[in-house]
Design a protein around this ligand. Structure first.
Ligand code: GLN
Length: 292
């Protein structure tokens, strides 16, 4: 049974509950009302009367309680936007972050003008990066590897929702994956990169995300070492390897790339001027001659 409620009152109740703990209480309250009651942003902003059921109000109450326990808003909503598209998320998968759009941009601009390039994403999580690249660069053939079965489920859902443009592989990026092609024009990854110290001091919300997607070992660099050792030799002539990195990791990751023999090492800042992406290229054509 439905009854008419004032969204102004419901919104104010939720906002006031969240206010003490969350700096973005207004945005969060609005998002939770939209998700639980199926009302529009406009309805909420205008404080309209709307018909809602008891179950919907109970559902909203449950979401607010979970949020007060610091479950990430994105998990409660079940989706989050990345590069202008919506991706399914939930427990077991890393939430897409705006920071990662820097790597998406870098990948897309690198691929511009290339004919039928082969792209590989390692540690793909929700698939937000590989799906974005596949859709923005329809010429590209894109593969993506993810190890966690829970994240893989989200990857498959997201890939399917956008037309199954990516060839997904459930597997460990740090082990052999025989079904992948031998070489690629572009290899990208946003691997786990937090240090042991950072892992011990996570925000409450981040502790609800999979440690497997965050934990980069003692110095945070395990995956940069492991992936570079395994994949630097699998770039086609002129191909590029590009990583998202954590704040302040650029020197060390550039060194790892340099020592692997790749060239044209390049650092890309995000909108705040923080270096977010480090990339390197294979400037040599096989069997050993220089391209330029
Ligand atoms: N950017 C994430 C964070 O700071 C870390 C993601 C990752 O390790 N790739 O929580």
């Amino acid at each position: 049974m439905k009854s008419s409620v004032s969204l102004r009152n419901v919104y104010n109740d939720v906002k006031n509950t969240l206010l003490g703990q969350f700096p973005e209480a207004e945005l969060e309250a609005r998002e939770l009302l939209q998700a639980a009651l199926g009302v529009s942003r406009q309805d909420i902003l205008l404080g309209r009367e709307r018909e809602v059921s008891r179950e919907q109000l109970d559902g909203l109450g449950a979401l607010v309680r979970r949020r007060m326990e610091r479950e990430p808003l994105q998990y409660l909503l079940g989706e989050w936007d990345f590069y202008g598209r919506t991706f399914a998320v939930g427990e077991g998968v890393l939430i897409p972050r705006a920071d990662t759009e820097t790597l998406a941009e870098r990948a897309i601009s690198f691929l511009r003008g290339k004919s039928a390039p082969r792209v590989l994403e390692l540690c793909a999580g929700s698939g937000c990066l590989s799906v974005t690249v596949a859709l923005e660069c329809p010429e590209a053939q894109v593969w993506a590897v993810e190890k966690s079965p829970a994240a893989w489920d989200y990857f498959c859902r997201n890939n399917r929702a956008y037309g199954d443009q990516v060839r997904g592989v459930l597997g460990d990026a740090l082990a052999d994956i025989p079904i992948l092609p031998v070489d690629f024009d572009l290899i990208i990854s946003n691997p786990p990169y937090l240090t042991a110290e950072e892992m011990a001091d996570l925000q409450p919300e981040v502790t609800k995300e999979p440690a497997m997607a965050l934990d980069g070992g003692e110095d945070g660099l395990d995956f940069y070492r492991g992936l570079t050792a395994r994949y630097a030799g699998r770039l086609r002539p002129g191909g590029m390897l590009a990583y998202e990195i954590g704040m302040g990791q650029e020197k060390k990751v550039c060194k790892i790339l340099k020592e692997s023999g790749l060239q044209n090492i390049c650092q890309t800042p995000d909108l705040h001027g923080i270096i977010r992406v480090v990339s390197a290229e294979n400037k040599f054509s096989r069997p050993g001659g220089e391209l330029e």
